[in-house]
Write a protein that binds this ligand. Structure first.
Ligand SMILES: NC(=O)c1ccc[n+]([C@@H]2O[C@H](COP(=O)([O-])OP(=O)(O)OC[C@H]3O[C@@H](n4cnc5c(N)ncnc54)[C@H](O)[C@@H]3O)[C@@H](O)[C@H]2O)c1
Length: 425
């Protein structure tokens, strides 16, 4: 297989995770350039991948000021910085692995897909769950007709109480004006799964309710301070930044989420970050405005229905619960990733075997994100490029555009408190 070369644009958490693939499979992928204004992040990737000095850039635009020097780019910049680099890279002839959401506006999403089509670019959007074997198994079982005609799917995204506080109250995704609304930031994966599982049917309408229920100033406990490190009631707060970062570090975790708040975690650097940075703020005294719970109801042709629930207040972090109801049986995915089938005729429950392809055997623990889905996503992207076969990527650019547009419609429905019908479109 021909080695693929890639430039990492945005050397943060996600950029690092995806480029680990090149460390595990150096014969398949090589990182030949890095762009990031954060010099520490940039240098870390340079060192790991032996990137030449003249291929380090402090901004994505500077990559494009050079003649094309790689097959592809990984665009893992913040949400609002996806569209411009994606369109420019497509115009420059780079194949693209693009972090989700594709863009924070409908038009931005359309522009990316149009630029990729016009330039014959292979585009993979990081809807990692499409690559996760249990989700693929559900698709296979649905399409096989095992449970008859599909009537309804219930899908729950359990964000995790501390994860929500970290990312959506104190962190990068806490405000719509600097990032985007939480349904797009967190659940474009999930709407995409529903639309993929239901792909035989047309979505004919959507409605949605949701709110920022809890992380509000009026819920601030009496006697609390605006920062956890000098808060008198911190020990009684499950969202305490001290518990989330310092106590976890003391237990031996210097990876995510601790690695997000400072470049080189130590007690001193974490304390400094909590004293002065955004992650030390009281969760009831931040400038956050995104929903912490939202439901989306979807209607499909023939009267089928599906619901998505996104909720912050869960023990589990990121694990989805799925129930597929067909006319002849049920398929369930538990939070632990187990797939079960119940058959109405035999009244038997069967544990369904899910294969995790063997090529993952060399993957180091640092590349195992999203229960290996990050690895499969990269593996499919690299193989699609090496074989010049975009069909290896399980979702086409149009599929992903369609599911992003559905997210925008669902959010419109929530804001306007109405049902949006697509029947006339
Ligand atoms: N697919 C998933 O499951 C998943 C999970 C988490 C995050 N994400 C998405 O991935 C993206 C990156 O998230 P992250 O957690 O890695 O964030 P991050 O902040 O760790 O990384 C983003 C990096 O982009 C860099 N950057 C900013 N401006 C730049 C520019 N002009 N040129 C080049 N680099 C620039 C930042 O300095 C930073 O290092 C976001 O869009 C996020 O929503 C996706």
């Amino acid at each position: 297989m021909q080695q693929v070369t890639v430039i990492v644009i945005g050397a943060g958490q996600r950029g690092k995770t995806y480029s680990n693939y090149a460390l595990d499979y150096p014969e398949k992928l090589k990182v030949v350039g890095v762009a990031d204004p954060n010099t520490v992040a940039c240098r870390q990737l340079q060192k790991l991948h032996n990137v030449p000095e003249d291929r380090l850039f402090d901004d994505w635009t500077k990559v494009l000021a050079q003649d094309k020097f790689a097959d592809a780019v990984i665009i893992s910049t913040p949400d609002q910085l996806h569209k411009d680099p994606a369109v420019a890279c497509a115009n420059a002839g780079y194949h693209i692995l693009l972090e989700k959401p594709m863009a924070t506006t409908e038009q931005g999403c359309r522009d990316i897909v149009e630029a990729c089509k016009r330039n014959n670019i292979i585009l993979s959007v990081c809807h990692v769950l499409r690559h996760y074997p249990p989700m693929r198994k559900i698709k296979e079982l649905i399409d096989s007709g095992l449970v008859g005609d599909i009537v309804n799917i219930q899908h729950t995204e359990q964000v995790g109480y501390w994860h929500f506080a970290h990312a959506f109250v104190r962190g990068n995704w806490c405000r719509e004006d600097t990032s985007t609304f939480s349904l797009l930031a967190k659940c474009c994966h999930d709407v995409d799964l529903l639309s993929w599982w239901m792909s035989k049917y047309r979505c004919t309408g959507v409605s949605s309710f949701g709110s920022l229920f809890h992380f509000r100033k009026e819920n601030k406990p009496p006697g609390s301070s605006s920062r956890c490190l000098d808060c008198k009631v911190e020990t009684k707060c499950c969202y305490s930044a001290k518990k989330l970062y310092i106590d976890i570090y003391k237990m031996g975790n210097s990876d995510w989420p601790v690695s997000v708040i400072c470049n080189n975690p130590s007690i001193e650097s974490i304390t400094e970050a909590l004293q002065h940075g955004p992650y030390g703020r009281c969760v009831y005294d931040c400038d956050n405005d995104v929903c912490d719970n939202q439901v989306v109801s979807m209607r499909f042709s023939g009267g089928r229905t599906a619901t998505l629930t996104m909720v912050a207040f869960t023990e589990s972090v990121g694990q989805r619960i799925v129930r597929v109801f067909g006319t002849k049986g049920e398929i369930n995915l538990s939070a632990a990733g187990d797939v079960r089938h119940y058959d109405f005729l035999s009244q038997q429950t069967v544990d369904v075997t899910v294969d995790f392809p063997a090529s993952s055997a060399r993957v180091r623990s640092s590349s195992l994100g999203h229960d290996l889905a990050d690895f499969y996503l990269m593996d499919n992207f690299v193989h699609a490029l090496a074989m010049k076969d975009p069909s290896i990527i399980p979702a086409s650019a149009e599929d992903i555009l369609t599911s992003h547009l559905l997210v925008f419609e669902a959010e419109k429905a929530r804001r306007q408190s109405r049902v949006i019908s697509f029947e006339e479109h």
